[in-house]
Design a binder for this molecule. Structure first.
Ligand code: ATP
Length: 248
């Protein structure tokens, strides 16, 4: 672990359509080799934060108007998303976004498009993805649009892995999935973190599961970080228990 965090967001402000202030000074750090959770309810600004980092706000008429975003100490907010992928940062969007007319395997291969390595190296990584997601191997020839929600989430993560990322920004991986599948996906995230050294920043409304798998968490409310701390401490915090962990 290095002293400089992998990713550092310093006091960013995001405005949509020139007038709607959505992030009101968000700061966070993602350490090398960690799983960091970005928590908060609907509309708190989690997706906006991830999109600000991966520079995907433009198409939504959003703009970072203040603050800075550093990756390995270098300013990255003027890079386009594909340049960021080459640096090792990739976002898995909420809602999964597989190419539904392509097969699972074709979807995975599209993830390698920024790479220059040989076909053999890419085939090796495809096997690595299948080792983590045996279900994807079973479904490799199926059209992605006909696979289940859980399989599509796996396909989206698998496709991101095919770019050989250092950091994955994972938006709401639990969304719409049965609890057992959520556990399965978080378990895979954990083993990718431990065995492949991939760092994660994951946005989640499911505080309970996120704080069981993450090392550190930030809680967003109305575009501001209202609390942060090691996951174990947040799990024991009375306010977190009352407002975010509920009965679960
Ligand atoms: P969710 O889990 O619902 O995605 P979130 O925490 O990720 O919630 P964001 O999607 O970042 O929240 O949205 C934060 C706020 O920004 C919301 O009030 C939302 O209505 C607003 N917002 C999001 N996208 C746009 C946009 N393109 N134009 C204007 N306002 C937007």
């Amino acid at each position: 672990k290095t002293a400089t965090p992998l990713l550092e967001v310093n006091n960013i402000e995001v405005i949509y359509n020139h007038v709607i202030l959505v992030l009101k000074g968000v700061s966070l750090k993602v350490p090398d080799g960690g799983i960091t959770a970005l928590l908060g309810g609907n509309g708190a600004g989690k997706t906006t934060t991830l999109k600000a980092i991966s520079n995907l706000l433009k198409s939504e008429r959003g703009e970072v108007t203040k603050g800075s975003i550093l990756y390995r100490g270098e300013r990255v907010q003027d890079l386009d998303p594909s340049a960021l992928v080459k640096r090792g940062v990739i976002q898995v969007m909420e809602g999964r976004h597989c190419f539904e007319h392509l097969t699972v395997e074709e979807n995975l291969l599209t993830g390698a498009y920024t790479r220059r390595e040989s076909g053999a190296k890419i085939a090796e990584d495809l096997e690595m993805v299948y080792a983590y997601f045996p279900r994807l191997k079973e479904r490799r020839k199926s059209q992605a649009g006909y696979t289940s929600g859980g399989e599509q989430q796996m396909c989206a993560i698998g496709r991101a892995l095919m770019s050989r990322p250092e950091t994955i920004l994972l938006d709401e991986p639990s969304m719409g999935l049965a609890p057992q599948l959520v556990e399965e996906i978080f378990g895979i995230v954990k083993s990718l973190n431990e065995n492949e050294g991939v760092s994660f920043l994951l946005a989640e409304q499911n505080t309970n599961v996120a704080l069981r798998f993450a090392h550190y968490g930030y809680i967003l409310e109305s575009g501001r970080v209202v609390m942060d701390g090691p996951a174990a401490a947040l799990r024991e915090n009375p306010d977190v228990k009352e407002f975010y962990l509920g009965m679960s």
